[in-house]
Design a protein around this ligand. Sequence first.
Ligand code: GDP
Ligand code: MG
Length: 423
Amino acid sequence: MLTAIVGINWGDEGKGRMVDLLSSDYDIICRYQGGNNAGHTVVNEKGMFILNLLPSGILRDTTVNVMGNGMVIDIEHLVGEMKKLTDKGISITPENLKISEKAIICMPYHKMQDIMEEERLADKKFGSTRRGIAPVYADKYMKKGIRMGDLLEDRDKLAEKVRDIVKWKNITVTGYGHEPVNADEMIAWLDTYGSVVKPFVTDVTTYLTEAVRAGKRVMFEAQLGALRDIEFGIYPYTSSSTTLAGYATVGAGIPGFKLTNTIGIMKAYSTCVGEGPFTAEMFGEEAEKLRAAGGEYGAATGRPRRVGPFDVPASRYGVEVQGADSIALTKLDVLSYLDKIPVCVAYDVDGEITTKFPIGDRLNRAKPVIEYLDGFGDVSKCRKYDDLPQAAKNYISYLEKAVGCRIEYVSVGADREEYVKID
Ligand code: GDP
Ligand code: MG
């Protein structure tokens, strides 16, 4: 059983929460892309946790967690994240955490480059999380990356590699008018944090291949959502990695295996962090109410999220590019304060009404077509489909038809048990 859990929207759909719930049926959880620009919030009997790099399965005692080759890893951040969890009594050992030797290390100069570029862009900025993600992926494809496996090699070789790369990087850094990066400091940084993470670095491909052949169940946990995918998202306002289910086995380390199924996590309304077209965006008091009801402040950055009604064209597109077999609809309870629920049912692009998600400048010109569905009141106590008010059932079946995919789970609260399974 190889299952991908992916975002249908712009991210923050509640993937961490659903992975935490569903991971009891899986032996291994893999993160396969992105870095610490993600923030997955998990609330369970052990407390509340925000995970940036570690797979959400780390909070379960029996689950093995993999950080795949598709990831970019700031090892200083990772060491801090591990410490926060171990301080709360979570055990992290080479038995339950395995980091791919092929994953790329996100270096302090990547963060610095990210910040310098956002500042250079000023009012044209992308809304980067400033964690170095775009620069480190760029370096990966320039073949100037330092891999986790390099930490296991001969130290002199690593030091030489760092010196060569830093020399090259300084062409860029000084171009921004910044002091050059000091290679010795980078080597010392790698020594300090590398020594902590080294025991976890391993040949993940061999481990996963043997595990799958032995019948282990594997879940692939994505970060961000379809609309942030580097190729299929709202480029250039995307992340720098592939957020799609199609990349799950590649980024985790077992490209030869096929997924059994994909569960898309879709939010009952829309949110978006950062810049870029967000067609159905709400403003003013209407937005404030939804933001407050949903607690829509970024888990990684604390930034207020942009909010809007459920967006049919964007979500339908998300379902298609993810190839979702079923959907978990999250945060339905957040809409309980509304008498009438706005839904963006289509876009008006230059006078043409369409449910097809446009790209490029056509997306910038799209205007939302809003219709209203009946409000349904409090659903937070519902645990079975029959507990749901008829109007909530109508909202769910409306969304199912609109996006063309079955809704299998409805989440009505942040806690592990606050959900409804629809058979
Ligand atoms: P992720 O990045 O997709 O994992 O999502 P985030 O963790 O960034 O954002 C989702 C937020 O909503 C978190 O604070 C969750 O605890 C919370 N959450 C998840 N599902 C629900 C739900 O069904 N209802 C409510 N009220 N909160 C939820
Ligand atoms: Mg998030």
